[in-house]
Design a protein around this ligand. Structure first.
Ligand SMILES: [Zn+2]
Length: 494
């Protein structure tokens, strides 16, 4: 994508190209007024975005006080037995390393008494300023509202994060900042490297255009590269995103809106959660969404999420748990280590995205059939027909899947029937080259493809009992006579 600007309002090019993203200050009163207007319009007119009643405050929130220029803030603790219903703002940002000030068992009391705004890192100071100027009093920030040295508090609050973001009136997304010290309001916004080119406007009049490269969503902004912030964005009812080029608004209705450049947005338009996640009346009722539609949505989410970075790789399941919690409610489905019970056969057919497989490491945090067991970027193979039946227990912690499917050993496959180029690229982790020789293939489906006669298979080796297997990769096979006539058998994947 390219950005184009014309130099002077009076130039011919300026008349043809009205968007001129030259001004980049998003800390002005005008920017704040625009943000307030977006919030007001959304709360008054957007049915899909509305919360019924006033949300309940999270366990702890930062009370930024009524004064716009107050020098201190306090940590407000809500009474679990007497819920407080107040509007609040949430912050989504990159920590970028240890935080200079957090809530711990030792600092909890002093933060309740009060802390000077100047003590906080710049991103939090900016968030306090925006919260005040938008007219809100309470702000939720993970480093301040979760007790960082209490495992029990962390577990409790992380389980509630989907509600925290979903119920916030608006989430401030500090997308431009890669660390909490950078801030997002008054940063020097991306100085684009424009190149000047001549342009014949009407075939006769020549004018000058300035063109600069522009990377789309997820490749550019620090917030879009971090794992935890993925669900913070998805679960937010409304987002006010401070980017490197602009201030952008997104809610559950309509396309994103931008303050400066009128249309250049870094939001990923293709990813949003079903409306039932946000609409109280639809919650806890299985959504009328086809199995294919659920599968497509989930595949898109995992493709994007798995490419993001996590400081602790073992957070791979936890950092997406809020989204899974919400979808389990609206889909009435069971979530199993990153896959959905209703689409389990299709979703077993994931693979390491080409170029990333060498980074992959197998971890015992999840069974081998789950993409969560690896640390690499994963994709799902488009499946046209499933050729296996799966039986999984209703428990989300069950590590075993029973499959009824055709099984062939590598030795039984005639030469040329294993698609070598694909096969080579889809081995999960190269643990031991000799494993290939003792591998088997579980036939699970047919691809979305008209030409050729292929089947999609998991590459496995024997493990855990007579009919037990563990996954070592993914493969595509040409069908062959013996495979066609083979009867399915029952196997267990661990
Ligand atoms: Zn809205």
């Amino acid at each position: 994508m390219v950005l184009i600007r014309s130099y002077y309002a009076a130039s011919q090019a300026a008349q043809a190209i009205p968007a001129k993203p030259i001004e980049t200050d998003v800390s002005t009163q005008c920017a704040m007024d625009t943000a307030k207007q977006w919030i007001a319009e959304c709360t008054a007119n957007h049915k899909r975005c509305q919360f019924s009643g006033v949300p309940r405050l999270p366990s702890r929130v930062l009370d930024v006080g009524p004064a716009v220029d107050g020098v201190s803030v306090t940590l407000h603790i809500t009474n679990p037995h007497s819920p407080e219903h107040q509007e609040y703002v949430a912050l989504s940002y990159c920590w970028g390393g240890p935080q200079p000030i957090t809530t711990t068992l030792a600092t909890l009391q002093s933060l309740r008494t009060g802390a000077e705004v100047a003590q906080f890192p710049q991103t939090i100071r900016d968030a306090i300023e925006v919260t005040r100027k938008l007219g809100f009093r309470f702000l939720w920030i993970d480093s301040i509202c979760i007790i960082q040295d209490s495992d029990s508090d962390k577990e409790y609050e992380i389980n509630r994060m989907s509600t925290v973001y979903k119920n916030a009136t608006v989430t401030i997304a500090a997308a431009v900042a890669s660390t909490a010290n950078e801030g997002f309001l008054r940063v020097v916004r991306n100085p684009w490297r424009f190149r000047e080119v001549s342009w014949a406007l009407d075939g006769q009049t020549t004018t000058t255009l300035s063109i600069a490269g522009f990377k789309p969503y997820s490749l550019r902004l620090p917030l879009h590269r971090r794992g935890w912030t993925f669900q913070e964005s998805l679960l937010s009812r409304r987002v006010l995103q401070y980017e490197d080029l602009d201030l952008v608004w997104r809610c559950q209705t309509g396309r994103p809106r931008s303050y400066l450049s009128k249309g250049i947005s870094s939001f990923d338009h293709s990813t949003s959660l079903p409306a039932g996640v946000f609409q109280c009346g639809l919650q806890n009722k299985p959504l009328n969404m086809t199995r294919n539609a659920r599968h497509r949505l989930w595949n898109g989410l995992i493709y994007k999420y798995s490419a993001r970075e996590l400081t602790d790789k073992d957070d791979r399941l936890r950092a997406l748990a809020g989204v899974a919690q919400e979808l389990a409610k609206v889909w009435g489905d069971t979530y199993l280590f990153g896959l959905w019970k209703s689409c389990i056969v299709e979703q077993l057919l994931w693979f390491c995205v080409q170029g990333y497989e060498r980074q992959a490491r197998r971890s015992p945090r999840a069974p081998t059939w789950s993409w969560v067991s690896l640390d690499c970027h994963v994709g799902f193979c488009p499946v046209y027909t499933t050729l296996a039946l799966a039986e999984v227990s209703g428990s989300a912690t069950s590590r075993e899947i029973r499959l009824l499917c055709k099984v062939v050993s590598k030795a039984e496959i005639p030469p040329g029937c294993l698609r070598d180029s694909v096969y080579d690229n889809k081995t999960d982790v190269v643990e031991d080259d000799n494993l290939d020789e003792i591998s088997y293939f579980l036939i699970l489906g047919k691809p979305v493809r008209k030409e050729g006669d292929y089947v999609l298979a998991l590459k496995v080796i024997k493990a855990g009992g007579a009919q037990g297997f563990r996954r070592i990769g993914y493969a595509e096979l040409h069908t062959f006579e013996e495979l066609t006539s083979r009867q399915p058998c029952s196997v267990t994947l661990i």
